[in-house]
Design a protein around this ligand. Structure first.
Ligand SMILES: Cc1cc2nc3c(=O)[nH]c(=O)nc-3n(C[C@H](O)[C@H](O)[C@H](O)COP(=O)(O)OP(=O)(O)OC[C@H]3O[C@@H](n4cnc5c(N)ncnc54)[C@H](O)[C@@H]3O)c2cc1C
Length: 469
């Protein structure tokens, strides 16, 4: 019987394990942390009864991915929940904008920017099912829908600040730039729209749902399926060398490229090792979870019903903050992403208290404390917020990297989204999952299609490994 060891139990490690096990491979998963799940963990970080997502929170590609469909995760107990609105962007003076599922409904709230919004996102949303099938694969593949992919590519290749000109009102422009900022890149740089365009189209096509009970429910559903195929697990064991794994036929590394190079050591061809050690990581995140009495008193009404709220003000302000972060300077007013998952999933709250999720973009490895900067950004758009805080839990870039070593220096997306790495991550190769060591594959978010708790990197890598067997 073919045997495999999967190193790391993030959503990609678990997806690889399940895909191999379903093909008849005997699979063992070895995880450094005491708890399985990597980026799909959740728990009571602030007060008893309040469930916080430790990493991944919103899952645009979760319900519709080929992996989720192939293993019927919904049938294994995973329930997706949607808030009334997908994401919002408050501005000073109570103004702001909000994305709801309908493109027309969103455009109607954008004034002069509505027409541009509809022109850009209408066609992409209509075809988002087929478009997402394309970009959830490695870049080098024969596209089944080249025209649709080209339309996405035409927008994705633009600097986000340039694409903002298509949206003719400050509200629509800010709404766009908040989505674009998920790229963790200077927003005036080439291809800085590459993450925001599909994310926004996905908000219209599928929404940005959360997992009922917390993101750990995604892990739990995969574990239900893994148990059906007899996958075995070991936690609290950090793998440092292939020699520790007992010579399985296949090894799937759910790790950063640099860690994969260390684990494979001299067995890895020098060219691959060089590429892996030169792999670039992006800026960091500084995360604060709050327990909040009665929710956030946003001045902008639309923000009160949105699962995600992007903070940072206008295009100019956010672009300047992201530029600072990329250059290693901490901005006074950073870009902040706020998660109000409890609006979609009431099981996460207790009494009058709600779990509020927030992180700021900060320089890689930032050693300062960004708690006050994050709280101040929320207070700016929701006066009185401070008085409602019952408890906080803080994770700096260092602590994020310690909690999960794939998030090098707080890089929560496991690799810079620069144009080269958007196309060729983790290196330029026909098979991006192959490490050059026979039977050993990289399957983490450092491989295509990149970050997110969708499991598609692990699913794709396992399918490549099976095809090569
Ligand atoms: C704060 C934050 C917010 C995020 N928000 C979202 C979001 O809203 N939506 C979304 O889709 N994604 C989000 N993400 C990103 C998402 O969580 C990751 O892209 C995803 O988890 C990557 O999955 P993975 O399997 O590649 O690796 P990970 O989930 O990072 O897991 C890797 C696992 O491997 C283990 N490991 C590493 N090295 C070793 C070793 N040597 N030996 C043994 N075990 C090892 C680690 O301990 C870890 O458990 C967020 C991440 C963070 C941190």
């Amino acid at each position: 019987m073919t045997t495999a060891v999967v190193v790391g139990s993030g959503p990609n490690g678990l997806a690889a394990a399940l895909t191999l096990a379903a093909a008849g491979v005997r699979v063992r998963v070895v995880e450094a942390a005491d708890v399985l799940g990597g980026g799909t963990r959740s728990g009571e970080l602030t007060l008893p009864g309040l469930i916080h997502d430790e990493c991944s929170a919103m899952h645009p590609l979760g319900p519709g991915s080929a992996f989720a469909r192939r293993f019927d995760l919904a049938g294994a107990g995973l329930t997706w929940r949607w808030a009334p609105a997908e994401f919002a962007h408050p501005l000073d003076g109570g103004r702001g904008a909000v994305v709801v599922r309908s493109v027309a409904g969103t455009a109607a709230g954008l004034g002069a920017g509505g027409r541009g919004w509809q022109r850009v996102f209408g066609p992409l949303t209509e075809r988002f099912g087929t478009i997402s099938e394309e970009f959830l694969q490695p870049v080098l593949h024969l596209p089944r829908h080249p025209f649709h992919l080209a339309r996405l590519g035409a927008y994705a290749g633009l600097p986000a600040t340039l694409l903002a000109h298509r949206f003719g009102s400050p509200e629509a422009q800010a709404l766009w730039i908040g989505a674009a900022a998920h790229a963790f890149r200077p927003l005036n740089s080439l291809a800085s729209s590459a993450i925001g365009v599909p994310l926004t189209a996905s908000a219209h096509a599928f929404g940005w749902p959360v997992a009922e009970g917390g993101s750990a429910a995604i892990r739990d559903a995969v574990l239900v399926r893994a148990a059906e195929y007899g996958v075995r697990f070991e936690t609290g064991r950090r793998v440092t060398s292939l020699d520790e794994l007992g010579g399985p036929d296949l090894v799937m590394l759910d790790t950063s490229p640099a860690a994969a190079a260390r684990i494979a050591g001299e067995r890895m061809p020098a060219g691959v090792r060089r590429a892996y050690t030169r792999y670039r990581h992006g800026p960091g995140a500084f995360k604060v979870d709050y327990a909040v009495e009665g929710g956030v008193p946003w001045t902008h009404e639309g923000s009160r019903s949105a699962c995600t709220v992007h903070l940072g003000g206008s295009v100019t302000e956010i672009a300047a903050a992201e530029q600072d972060v990329a250059a290693g300077r901490m901005p006074e007013r950073p870009f902040v992403l706020v998660g109000q998952q409890y609006l979609a999933d009431r099981t996460r709250s207790a009494g009058g208290g709600h779990p509020l999720y927030a992180y700021a973009h900060v320089p890689a490895g930032y050693t300062g404390d960004a708690t006050e900067a994050i709280t101040a950004q929320i207070e700016r758009y929701a006066p009185g917020f401070r008085d409602r805080i019952l408890a906080v839990h803080v994770r700096s870039t260092t602590e994020i990297g310690r909690h999960n070593e794939n998030y090098v220096a707080g890089d929560i997306v496991t690799g810079a989204n620069d144009p080269w790495q958007l196309l060729f991550r983790p290196r330029a190769a026909l098979d991006p999952y192959a490490t050059g060591v026979p039977g050993v594959y990289l399957c983490s978010a450092a491989t295509p299609p990149g970050a997110g708790a969708h499991g598609m990197c692990g699913y794709n890598a396992a399918r490549r490994a099976l095809a090569r067997l």
